[in-house]
Write a protein that binds this ligand. Structure first.
Ligand code: ADP
Ligand code: ZN
Ligand code: ZN
Length: 640
């Protein structure tokens, strides 16, 4: 018998010793079934152990993880402060019996001749591909500048070398389009994301593991695909917040894990974006990443002209009104997209007589009035109640105000009776083929004005868009989050990029803060200008990329308890002998002070020292207090 330390999926930083027959041939990274209390768990071998009389026996060996994937999991465990057994259980698929064979597809597109910028970007990656070494490239190019075409050319070289490719996209909704393009070009490619059935997940995983699958396309979890011959990782729209996982653990950033995987595997990584994250651009400027740029749109189209107007208290400014009419009636590119980042009818309800406001019973959030169902809904926890007509406190009528997509739709229908309007948000659209219906509708003129939330800014390469109107650019700009400006800039740039793919388009941004730098630089399509300004702010206020950041979130149904625990954690942190090397902010109530009946307090930690925050937090990891939920997050993205 031999003895091994094995990580099992329990929320503690400790392994357990098991014994196994020599013939089982276990090594670091072997996936095994072990008895644990009354259950059987899937665990992973972490190393050999000293003999131990009470050790139970390993039941079965399932497989050996690729060694590099095993190493990556250990890095994720220590960097993101998540017990290894939990990282492994997140990575491993639901084990099944049957593996579906992967399909082959008809290759149909011919190669495009790259333009000189694409050629240059492509050539820069060539050496790293040929010689197979690690480098991270930041491919900076506006929408329509031909980034995908560059990826494809590099992918082609990687496939020629017999290696595999991981292609990450930020959201499940864009997978079908990328999948279609990849299959058309390479005759293969499979998807991986959490919405797949267990059978499909398992098939993808085993096909990648056995080297039968050469191209994996997926959302953030696919970064852990078990390829053992990986040659390239692509992270498209690398700035997207969707690459950050908050629940379940591990709380990782797939973009950052991709860069680490590239280093472990010794392979190139390409991060692509029209609006790179401040962190990535900073790394490129510093020379840590190789900077590649596609400064022009492929078809030579000009960037759309952007007009900023302050609509005051109106929903449509005069300029917007005029532009909508003009666009719908013009011959070329007669379609309009209107964007508002708020669904529902009215986001606030208030009694002006006594001050009562419609708030969620469980969360510290105002309820949104949805007219179609005549209900008030909490967009955080989903709590729903009938519309409140008379104030429960004083009986006067409650006023519903503010603008959501449903209300804009109603307004447009009243204002422009003859125009065909389609609303697109999570309340009106659910299934995949709805996207296709909308695309075709715009093409055929069955839809003239498309109105919607974020959904209209992503994925679809919509045709004939002569005008993009942003109804209210300020919804995110004043949030208490150090990334508020960055998000606003990214969002506006993306929406603006929807205009005029086929020629010259126009963008109108309505804002009550028309002089805010995020809005001004978005108007000028000036990423670098924005970056410089934002960089200054991050530097002086000490935020990433200039410091490492961690967040401790303390939640409890009892507010007193949450406060006490937060104070206790702070005291413990203050006792550290490294006290001079980090800053503690808080504890304070989170900007959203209560969600689903839990009071929320947080502490932010900043440090310039690598791994210090991890070490500090690891000492607190075993802290357990009944009725309290404590979570630790490294490089937090959500600050609310
Ligand atoms: P991005 O990914 O930067 O948005 P794409 O790679 O999707 O850009 O390219 C935008 C459009 O331009 C696509 O329809 C693509 O087929 C076309 N395209 C890209 N590169 C070229 C090229 N070198 N010559 C002609 N058309 C191109
Ligand atoms: Zn009242
Ligand atoms: Zn709620």
């Amino acid at each position: 018998m031999r003895y091994y330390d094995i990580a099992v999926p329990i929320d503690k930083f400790r392994n357990f010793t098991y014994k196994a027959r020599e013939e089982m041939d276990l090594r670091k990274g072997s996936v095994v079934c072990v008895p644990f209390q009354t259950k059987t768990l899937v665990g992973v071998v972490m190393g050999v152990a000293k003999s131990y009389t009470n050790a139970k026996e390993v039941k079965e060996k399932i497989m050996d993880l690729p060694l590099n994937l095993y190493r990556l999991a250990l890095w994720v465990s220590s960097y993101y402060l998540c017990p290894p057994g939990i990282v492994f259980s997140f990575i491993l698929p639901p084990f099944k019996k049957k593996v579906h064979k992967i399909e082959e597809y008809q290759v149909s597109t011919k190669f495009l001749k790259l333009n000189k910028f694409q050629e240059k970007a492509y050539n820069s990656t060539k050496k790293a591909i040929d010689m197979s070494y690690h480098k991270t490239f930041l491919l900076f190019g506006v929408t329509g500048s031909g980034k995908t075409e560059v990826y494809f050319r590099v992918m082609d070289d990687v496939l020629m070398k017999g290696k595999s490719i991981l292609y990450l996209v930020p959201e499940i909704s864009v997978i079908p389009q990328v999948l279609e393009r990849v299959r058309e070009r390479f005759g293969m490619g499979e998807e991986y994301h959490y919405k797949l059935s267990k059978g499909k997940k398992y098939s993808y995983w085993m096909n990648a593991f056995e080297g039968k699958l050469k191209i994996g396309i997926g959302s953030r979890m696919s970064i852990f695909s078990p390829f053992s011959d990986l040659g390239l990782i692509i992270v498209d729209e690398e700035h997207s917040d969707s690459y950050k996982q908050e629940e379940p653990k591990p709380r990782f950033s797939a973009r950052d894990v991709a860069v680490m995987r590239g280093a472990i595997e010794g392979i190139p990584v390409i991060l692509g974006s029209a609006t790179p994250s401040i962190e990535s651009f900073y790394n490129a400027k510093k020379g840590k990443y190789v900077f590649l740029e596609l400064p022009k749109r492929v078809k030579g189209q000009a960037m759309p002209e952007v007009l900023i107007v302050d609509p005051g208290r109106n929903i449509f400014s005069k300029e917007m009104d005029k532009a909508i009419k003009e666009t719908v009636n013009q011959k070329d590119m007669p379609r309009v997209i209107l964007f508002l980042n708020r669904r529902g009818y009215a986001p606030y309800g208030k009694c002006y007589s006594c001050g009562w406001s419609a708030r969620c019973l469980n969360c510290d959030i105002s309820l949104t009035y949805h007219k179609a169902t005549n209900t008030l809904i909490c967009h955080h926890c989903g709590y729903k109640m009938d519309k409140v007509i008379n104030c429960p406190r004083c009986g006067k009528e409650v006023a519903y105000f503010g603008w959501g997509t449903q209300r804009i739709e109603e307004e447009i229908k009243a204002k422009y009776r003859d125009y065909k309007v389609q609303r697109m948000d999570t309340d009106s659209i659910s299934r995949r083929h709805d996207h296709e219906r909308i695309y075709n509708g715009l093409k055929r003129g069955e839809i003239q004005i498309l109105l919607g939330t974020q959904m209209v800014t992503k994925g679809l390469d919509l045709p004939d868009i002569g005008l993009v109107g942003v109804i209210q650019a300020d919804t995110a700009i004043n949030l208490p989050d150090f990334r508020a400006s960055e998000r606003t800039f990214q969002l506006l740039s993306q929406v603006a990029g929807r205009a005029g793919r086929g020629g010259k388009g126009k963008v109108i941004i309505q804002s009550n803060n028309p002089n805010h730098y995020a809005i001004r630089f978005a108007k000028e399509h000036n990423y670098e200008g924005f970056y410089e300004k934002e960089r200054e702010f991050r530097k002086s206020a000490k935020y990433p990329p200039f410091v490492n950041l961690a967040r401790i979130l303390i939640q409890s149904k009892k507010e007193e308890k949450a406060i006490k625990t937060a104070e206790k954690i702070k005291r413990k942190l203050q006792e550290s002998n490294k006290r001079d090397s980090f800053t503690i902010l808080g504890p304070v109530s989170c900007p959203i002070g209560r969600i689903e009946k839990n009071y929320r307090y947080h502490i932010l930690l900043k440090s310039e020292e690598e791994y210090l925050l991890q070490r500090l937090l690891k000492e607190l990891y075993s802290l357990r207090i009944s009725g309290i939920r404590i979570s630790f997050e490294i490089d937090p993205v959500n600050m609310l």
